[in-house]
Design a protein around this ligand. Structure first.
Ligand SMILES: Nc1ncnc2c1ncn2[C@@H]1O[C@H](COP(=O)(O)OP(=O)(O)OP(=O)(O)O)[C@@H](O)[C@H]1O
Ligand SMILES: [Mg+2]
Length: 278
């Protein structure tokens, strides 16, 4: 159904890993709606199963039970409609920015040559890498590499952009710049995004809706609508409204972290990762 109200629906999905007695439930009865042209941010305790959710949405893994629908149709495997940008760089070091961006479409042959050049140059300009079009990944800064990866995903015009901690590992200043850049990009071009992050403020400032996952086995603890006005800027994080979102989400995450503390994980690691900013 092209006019389905939600771009993706996750209905009662469960997923376990391992054999027999070692079998461990990672996702349990998780239901979630990914709204069209909105950014859905997902946060949750460290190791709770966020990347597993990403792998299920992208079709890399299959649910043991339940169903995932993309635009009304079941997800049966990976496709260019649901592209993932990971935290690790996936750029090929022997290819230039332009060659990296055009690699996928060339391989598949799904964009005619003349259109491909035009589309690639336009996307490279959008991500601010026009001057670095013919440079190799090692000649780019960390932030530029992330933008090149974004361009590589965007050229395929995926129905859903799925990002798994895409800015993790960047220094604080570059990370802020990337957040501002991505905020603008989302506001300028309608796109459906799923954005997994372990930084609560990053989630709040980017998100239209914030999904808080429980401790493992992960299920949805709460979905918080983030009604900060648009266009947004990072200063809005100091507003009382943003503070209230943060306080509420921290409270839930703290409770979930304490549960994992009773198990094997460490809540102090987790709390540290969510409260890096003052
Ligand atoms: N392919 C797999 N085979 C076996 N176990 C797996 C597999 N993928 C994930 N797991 C297990 O599922 C659990 C959740 O892992 P996952 O990577 O989804 O968590 P996460 O929330 O993304 O963690 P992090 O905060 O470190 O990014 C872990 O215990 C992990 O060992
Ligand atoms: Mg992960």
């Amino acid at each position: 159904m092209a006019d389905a109200p939600d771009m993706m629906q996750v209905n009662n999905v469960s997923k376990a890993f391992g054999e027999d007695w070692e079998r461990e439930m990672v996702i349990e009865n998780l239901s979630l709606k990914i709204r069209r042209n909105q950014l859905t941010a997902i946060v949750g305790p460290s190791g709770c199963g966020k990347s597993t959710v990403v792998n299920l949405l992208a079709g890399f893994e299959k649910p043991d039970s339940g169903q995932i629908l993309l635009d009304g149709r079941p997800v049966t495997g990976p496709s260019k409609d649901t592209l993932v940008v990971f935290q690790e760089t996936a750029l090929m070091p022997w290819l230039t920015t332009y060659q990296n961006v055009t690699f996928g479409p060339k391989l598949r042959g799904d964009i005619p040559r003349d259109q491909l050049k035009e589309a690639a140059d336009s996307i490279i300009e959008t991500v601010g890498l026009k001057e670095f079009r013919d440079k190799y990944p090692l000649q780019l800064s960390g932030g530029m590499q992330r933008r090149a990866e974004l361009a590589r995903a965007l050229i395929n015009q995926p129905l859903v952009m799925i990002m798994d901690e895409p800015f993790r590992g960047l220094d604080a200043m570059t990370r802020q710049l990337m957040q501002e850049f991505y905020m603008r990009l989302c506001e300028q071009e309608a796109r459906t995004n799923v954005f997994v992050t372990s930084e609560l403020e990053e989630a709040i400032i980017l998100a239209d809706s914030l999904v808080v996952l429980s401790n493992r086995p992960a299920t949805v603890r709460e979905v918080v609508q983030i009604d900060l006005p648009r266009p947004r800027n990072l200063e809005m994080l100091s507003s009382s409204q943003a503070y209230e979102y943060k306080r509420h989400a921290m409270e839930m995450l703290h409770e979930e972290a304490l549960k994992s503390f009773k198990g094997v994980g460490s809540s102090s690691d987790f709390l540290e990762s969510y409260s890096r900013r003052p």
